[in-house]
Design a protein around this ligand. Structure first.
Ligand code: F6P
Length: 560
């Protein structure tokens, strides 16, 4: 049965709606359409396929879409009830139903301060109180009025956390290094591998180091192991437990566990169950950001996020960046069957953006169970990866240009760099920009056999050799990309960018009818690790698991 809006109640059945069927028919026409032709047939293609949001330009014209595609995709979004879900997200509805929680990261950057209710209570006073605490600590540490146990100023901050309690702050501190304090060095320790913590401790002085233990649950094995080791290292040097107060703060929703760890109650920064880990950089999890770039800049980051929220709420679908990004993604994943998705920032400072978005997207939408508790009948989240340009060009772009897998890409670049070499006569930034443009262009147009022949004819005279080499040197093109440009990388522009991606992820989750805010898949791995650990501690051969797992454990036990 083809479902219409009226009789369509289970979102997992979206593939049976008239809108989906229309897209399927349309795909049959589009699958062999070349973007080269779409551009040559319409001189206004760029005008029709870009969105300007303040100084941010989202150019989506280099995609395998027409006006008809957009119309059909927007109808699909309406059928999926995006507008209503968006309202539910912003009004604090418990849309994370498997954990009975709201997903209210938007409250953390709600600069309008309009009330947002959870269980009948406005959360804004809580958010504001926490922001005041962040402001005070960041000010004290930056000004030097917060002193270590020997009376020295803090010069190193070490954020110990993992996943959302690490990736956001470390990505932002890297991106906004030019805005950072010259006197305070931020470090991020996430991996339970002792190499991670050891390398940081090697360059830190206990007298001038502030540890920030960032863990919403305060039970995460990796974080707690690193936190205990950091505390041991500190006590070993400082000698007195009472000095912990000057050198350890925590961000957690589990105050009891923090106090038990030995952190003074005054040094606890809270977050709430309605803040998901991968959406938490806007919360007190951003403490390291606020200390490094200062509260004013941290607030600018929040402002940028808030502006993107307003854009997402107010703009009609065809002018709405997250919605168009999401729909184009659905078009590729579900109709073209392109499973992969690359984030390619052309700015060295955004080098951690792909890893950050990898968690945001894959932990949110890597799900096969729908909101109706049934297995979804379509592909969900993309495999997201990437690398800063131009490094990626000399590594995996070969596959982007000529591989059998087509990978839709987002090219991201600030027009102005925050770095300049004195009298940059070697034109670093222009070369970077030229490469950005060249890649988006060549992926789209490709290079025809004729063009290759003409190019080679002067060099290779032998016709047989020429024929043999042409196929290796031709490019089919028709490889899609979005280009995202903005004036400069600032706290505000970064806040906008990150929040736009968050809403893109949310929109796709709604279309696929999944809960983007839980992460049971990660929990399962944690559970099994707890069963394996005693087997390794026992140092004895095990028969507890399957033969591969047993033998891996036994190999480790016998080889150590
Ligand atoms: O990786 C799974 C996860 O639950 C993430 O969602 C979260 O960001 C991370 O672990 C860290 O959790 P916590 O902040 O509770 O230590």
């Amino acid at each position: 049965m083809v479902l219409t809006k009226k009789n369509y109640s289970y979102m997992t059945e979206i593939t049976k709606t008239v809108e989906w069927c229309a897209l399927k028919d349309h795909f049959e026409k589009m699958k062999s359409t070349h973007m080269r032709d779409l551009f040559s047939d319409d001189s206004k293609r760029f005008e029709k396929n870009h969105i300007l949001f303040d100084d941010l330009l989202f150019d989506f014209s280099k995609n395998r879409i027409t006006e008809e595609t957009k119309k059909l995709l927007i109808s699909l979004a309406k059928t999926a009830d995006i507008e209503n879900w968006r309202k539910r997200l912003f009004s604090g509805d418990k849309i994370n139903f498997t954990e009975n929680r709201s997903a209210l990261h938007i409250a953390l950057r709600n600069r309008s301060n309009d009330p947002i209710m959870v269980d009948g209570k406005d959360v804004m006073p809580l958010v504001n109180a926490e922001l005041s605490k962040i402001k005070k600590l960041s000010k004290d540490v930056r000004s030097g009025s917060w002193k270590g146990y020997s009376g020295e100023k803090i010069t190193s901050i070490v954020n110990i956390g993992i996943g959302g309690s690490d990736l956001g702050p470390s990505m932002v501190c890297e991106a906004l290094k030019p805005f950072g304090s010259k006197e305070i060095t931020p470090h991020f320790v996430s991996n339970v591998d002792a190499a991670d913590l050891s390398q940081v401790l090697d360059v830190c002085d206990p007298e001038t180091t502030l540890f920030i233990i960032a863990s919403k649950t305060f039970t995460t094995q990796e974080t707690m192991t690193n936190a205990f080791s950091a505390r041991d290292w500190f006590i070993n040097k400082a000698k007195k437990n009472e000095f912990i107060k000057k050198h350890f703060v925590a961000i957690s929703s589990n105050s009891d566990a923090v106090i038990e760890f030995g952190i003074h109650p005054e040094n606890i920064f809270v977050l709430w169950d309605w803040v998901g880990g991968r959406y938490s950089l806007w919360s007190s999890i951003g403490l390291s950001i606020a200390i490094f770039i200062g509260m004013k800049n941290f607030e600018e980051l929040l402002e940028g996020g808030h502006e993107a929220d307003n854009h997402f709420i107010a703009e009609p679908m065809e002018k709405n960046i997250p919605i168009m990004m999401a729909l184009i993604g659905v078009w590729y994943i579900n109709f073209f069957d392109f499973s992969s998705y690359a984030i390619l920032p052309y700015d060295q400072c955004l080098t951690k953006l792909p890893a950050y978005l990898q968690q945001a997207d894959m932990e949110s939408n890597g799900k096969f169970i729908g909101r109706d508790n049934k297995r979804v009948c379509l592909k969900t989240g993309p495999i997201l990866w990437g690398e800063a340009g131009t490094n990626g060009q000399h590594a995996f772009y070969q596959l982007l240009h000529q591989g059998t897998e087509i990978v839709p890409c987002d090219f991201v670049m600030p027009v102005n760099s925050n770095y300049s070499l004195e009298d940059d006569k070697n034109k670093h930034h222009q070369i970077l920009q030229a490469n950005f443009i060249a890649q988006t262009q060549s992926l789209m147009t490709g290079k025809s056999v004729i063009d290759v022949q003409n190019e080679m004819r002067d060099v290779i005279k032998n016709d047989q050799t020429l024929r043999r080499l042409v196929s290796h040197r031709m490019f089919e093109g028709n490889r899609p990309s979005n280009s995202i440009l903005f004036k400069s990388l600032t706290p505000r522009s970064l806040g906008r960018l990150v929040a736009l991606y968050e809403h893109k992820i949310f929109t796709q989750g709604i279309i696929w009818n999944i809960n983007s805010f839980d992460q049971w898949g990660v929990e399962y791995g944690k559970q099994i690790a707890k069963l394996v650990l005693p087997e390794l501690e026992s140092k004895k051969d095990t028969k507890a698991f399957d033969s591969s797992t047993n033998n891996l454990i036994n190999y480790i036990n016998n080889t150590a």
